[in-house]
Design a protein around this ligand. Structure first.
Ligand SMILES: Nc1ncnc2c1ncn2[C@@H]1O[C@H](COP(=O)(O)OP(=O)(O)OP(=O)(O)O)[C@@H](O)[C@H]1O
Ligand SMILES: [Mg+2]
Length: 249
């Protein structure tokens, strides 16, 4: 697969045109995403807010090439996802994308350390173990290296998932409610890490969150409502977004 055409500096990290996702259920056809278009520049930070069930996780999965739209096109770092087969999509994800899942998706049989090491080992990083240890230390888990996911609390599992997502310094980081299970101190620490990665490595951030304080730290904010995505204007932000968010003081 060639992704060389994607590296021009003016290439958007993400470009989406008229994206639709429909599924067939027992009750009939269900439209989850309806005519979504957006462009995100490399290095931008973007928050997506909206009520439960509005389609935020579905959109994130599509943007990260984990799912296929019903119609519309997604360019990830200049590459049209519709042109790739599953193997090529997997290669693109490995090369450019990290994903923090709402449900963490840790490997049950691997320890915290092994979970974080995994993507680095797959990418052939020589000092994967040391890097993984450093990452776990940064998220405050150096005392839990050998714990299995089931032996960790929800917030600890989330921090392992965050450490795993950071280890390969992705070009684009998708995070689905990355601070959803954390107390304020840990949530702030994770948010700081996200924006450090954004600034130091020019990583594009796409965050789904109910945390208005986190959303406000992003350069741009979008609101998902019943499968329709609109960009919020900065000055109207608190009023527009407040019903779907928890303001953290
Ligand atoms: N494969 C599927 N089949 C049927 N319905 C689906 C499927 N995937 C998602 N949905 C429905 O689409 C809607 C959007 O789901 P999604 O997970 O994207 O919501 P969300 O905005 O992330 O919500 P939350 O804030 O609760 O995480 C939900 O009503 C969900 O039940
Ligand atoms: Mg969701």
């Amino acid at each position: 697969m060639s992704t060389n055409t994607a590296t021009a500096s003016n290439t958007n990290a993400i470009s989406v045109t008229d994206l639709n996702k429909t599924v067939v259920t027992q009750e009939g056809e269900l439209t989850i995403l309806n005519g979504i278009s957006m462009d995100v520049k490399q290095g931008d930070s973007v928050a997506i807010l909206g009520p439960s069930g509005s389609g935020k996780s579905t959109l994130l999965g599509l943007l990260a090439a984990l799912d296929t739209p019903t119609s519309g096109e997604i360019f990830l770092d200049g590459v049209a996802l519709s042109k790739l087969d599953e193997e090529q999509k997997a290669a693109l994800r490995k090369q450019k994308v990290s994903f923090i899942f709402q449900s963490f998706m840790l490997v049950d049989t691997l320890t915290a350390l092994e979970n974080v090491m995994l993507p680095a080992e797959l990418a052939g990083v020589v000092d994967a173990k040391q890097k993984a240890q450093n990452m776990l230390e940064r998220v405050g888990l150096s005392h839990r290296l050998s714990h299995l996911p089931k032996q960790l609390s929800g917030g600890e599992q989330q921090r392992v998932a965050i450490a795993r997502a950071f280890i390969c310094e992705p070009k684009v980081l998708f995070a689905d409610e990355p601070t959803g299970n954390l107390d304020k101190a840990n949530g702030d620490k994770i948010a700081d890490m996200l924006f450090e990665l954004n600034q130091e490595s020019d990583t594009t951030l796409v965050l789904v969150t109910h945390d208005l304080a986190l959303a406000k730290r992003c350069q741009r904010q979008f609101l998902m409502d019943n499968g329709v995505l609109t960009e919020a204007v900065a000055e109207g932000l608190p009023k527009t977004l407040a019903p779907h968010c928890e303001e953290v003081s």
